[in-house]
Design a protein around this ligand. Structure first.
Ligand code: NA7
Length: 546
């Protein structure tokens, strides 16, 4: 405890700079950034709204939550010791296992002593004169630091549906992204799930195992693909632990840092027999293979995408007994892979259960939530529980919920009103000394891989500043323009940018998010890293420094 801190580790206001860096969020990125800045000898404080570490894996405790990426590719890679110590039990780890892993990491590296839990950041204001950030928590305490590092996650601001009567329901109601810590039973209950994205699909297939009666309210069906999860055998474990170098090297080379990479062939250049054999193989391949490892033109050529989509539609028709229901589950407004592909385990078979009903709310829209349940234009339903799997105010939502003001009091929300603009997703002009981890317009994909790169890059920048006695770093306007142009260029020709989803910045439950925008960088991770590496190699000329 320092002279400026109270017994809870809180710094008193108005006594100069309390920390070298303040990190918002103790998820995968915040935890790793804390560790790296400690190595630089910096005094760091992490403010975390939750009561524990883990971020996404702390909050998203909904039934069935799990990795859709291979566990061994979706973890920290920075410590060889950690890699050998931790043994994943399943190829695609369930949320409790991941949260245990992140707690294990926090213990191993003694991270908690610099993390202040139950501390939601309300505002962050840059102070021109002192070149510091003044952070105010919801409890009113203020804290200052030279650097503000946001580790708030791209999918961490849950959104409830914009429906009348949401607060009036008398039964149990949960949003998947803020799932309670106590056990929730579905046994014998009448349960509604609203939303059929990656989260809704995982929830539905789990709830269906024990529920009394389940009603799924679907607005837009998504193309789902079998996960094909399994336990990791002892033999597989040995193999995994001896091949980490190759696993991470492969992730470094692929477009989105996953283990899967597209087949160089074009969909229509092979014979129909070869094509079907390849698609059958992909359908049986665990994880994202069918999405990330398909024919090279799947997401750019309409006819190729149509043919692949028809293959998956056929699978849905085969798996769902009632063909009217199957038809409702087949997407009509977008092709396979153009939105996030939910991974499923017996999801489609759920609709063969006599106690499960699918309501297409494009046909019969929800009019309101009632004290007893849900009223559509066709019927009034009664439920014991409503589960909202309605997603997040993605990418910018977690920033918008904090009053962030840069030089001259400019608010970040206003700055991005006309569209997101960043420098490599890490900095914003007008916001000196603010660094974003997995911020807007950075490479996403296999997120822990992108996080480690982001954190290492920010750490090198801060090291450079320290060694050169610099106290200010701010992206130059032209560097922001150049990066934003590149992001725009990379978005061209991709079918996924022609459909509404969180990836194109659309969330109808949020004001100002009804039109598609340039919400994410859709180029390759290797291109992204090459750009960032070049900037570092050339001494950060794209940043104004003093
Ligand atoms: P998503 O993918 O944004 O899905 C949200 C779902 O909720 C989606 O099916 C929406 O339908 C539906 N939704 C949202 N609002 C409403 C209203 N008002 N009425 C009915 N249905 C609604 O969020 P997830 O949590 O599943 O996944 C987000 C990411 O987290 C995912 O990509 C993973 O990478 C992890 P819509 O499609 O908008 O018609």
């Amino acid at each position: 405890m320092t002279a400026t801190q109270d017994a809870h580790g809180r710094a008193a206001a108005g006594q100069g700079q309390d920390y070298d860096a303040i990190i918002i969020g103790a998820g995968i990125s915040g935890m790793y950034q804390l560790l790296r800045l400690r190595e630089l000898g910096m005094k760091v404080r992490v403010f975390e709204a939750g009561t524990g570490v883990g971020g996404t894996w702390y909050w998203n405790r909904y039934p069935g939550a799990r990795f859709d990426s291979e566990s061994y590719s979706y973890q920290y890679s920075f410590s060889k010791e950690l890699l050998q110590e931790w043994s994943w039990k399943e190829h695609f780890a369930p949320q409790p296992e991941t949260l245990s892993y992140l707690n294990y990491v926090a213990d191993k590296f003694d991270l908690r002593k610099d993390i202040q839990f139950r501390s939601r950041v309300k505002s962050a204001h840059y102070q021109d004169r002192s070149r510091t950030w003044q952070i105010t928590l919801e409890d009113g305490s203020t804290h200052s630091a030279r650097f503000l590092i946001t580790a708030v996650g791209p999918l961490s601001a849950p959104t409830m549906p914009r429906l009348e009567g949401v607060g009036s329901f008398k039964g149990e109601a949960y949003h998947t992204g803020t799932w309670p810590h106590h056990p929730v039973s579905f046994e014998g209950k009448r349960v509604a799930v609203i939303g059929t994205g990656a989260t809704g699909v995982q929830t539905i297939q789990e709830v269906a195992k024990t529920v009394g009666h389940l009603t799924v309210f679907q607005r837009t069906p998504n193309w789902c693909k079998p996960l094909k999860n399994g336990k990791i055998t002892d033999e597989e474990q040995k193999k995994i632990k001896s091949s980490y170098d190759e696993i991470f090297k492969r992730c470094d080379e692929t477009y989105s840092c996953f283990l899967h990479t597209p087949d160089p062939r074009r969909t229509l250049e092979v014979t129909p027999e070869e094509r079907v054999a390849f698609l059958e193989k992909l359908y049986e391949t665990p994880g994202f293979g069918m999405w990330q490892g398909n024919f090279s033109d799947m997401l750019t050529d309409r006819e190729a995408n149509r043919v692949i989509s028809e293959f998956v539609a056929q699978k849905i028709r085969q798996r769902v007994k009632d063909q009217k229901v199957a038809d409702k589950l087949i997407p009509k407004n977008h092709g396979f892979g153009t939105r996030r592909v939910p991974m499923e385990t017996h999801y489609y078979e759920v609709y063969n259960q006599p106690n499960v009903e699918l309501i297409d709310i494009k046909e019969t829209p929800i009019e309101r939530i009632t004290p007893k349940g849900i009223k559509t234009t066709a019927r009034e339903f009664e439920f014991d529980m409503i589960i909202y799997a309605t997603g997040f105010d993605a990418v910018t939502g977690s920033f918008d919920r904090i009053d962030i003001r840069g030089a001259n009091g400019l608010s970040l929300k206003d700055k991005w009103k006309g569209g997101i603009e960043t420098f490599v997703g890490v900095q914003v002009d007008g916001f000196p000394n603010m660094m974003m981890l997995v911020g807007p317009h950075t490479a996403l994909g296999n997120i822990p891989r992108s996080i480690e790169f982001n954190v290492d890059w920010v750490t090198s920048l801060l090291k450079f500043m320290k060694e050169n006695g610099l106290t200010l770093a701010e992206a130059k306007r032209e560097a922001v323009d150049e990066w934003t142009d590149f992001v725009r260029e990379k978005a061209k020709g991709l079918l996924s940018n022609e459909i509404d989803s969180w990836m194109t910045g659309v969330n109808l439950n949020v004001d100002g998010k009804s039109q598609r925008t340039l919400a994410r960088y859709s180029g390759s991770a290797p291109d992204y890293r090459a750009w960032c590496d070049r900037v570092a190699r050339n001494g950060y000329r794209e940043l104004a420094m003093a």
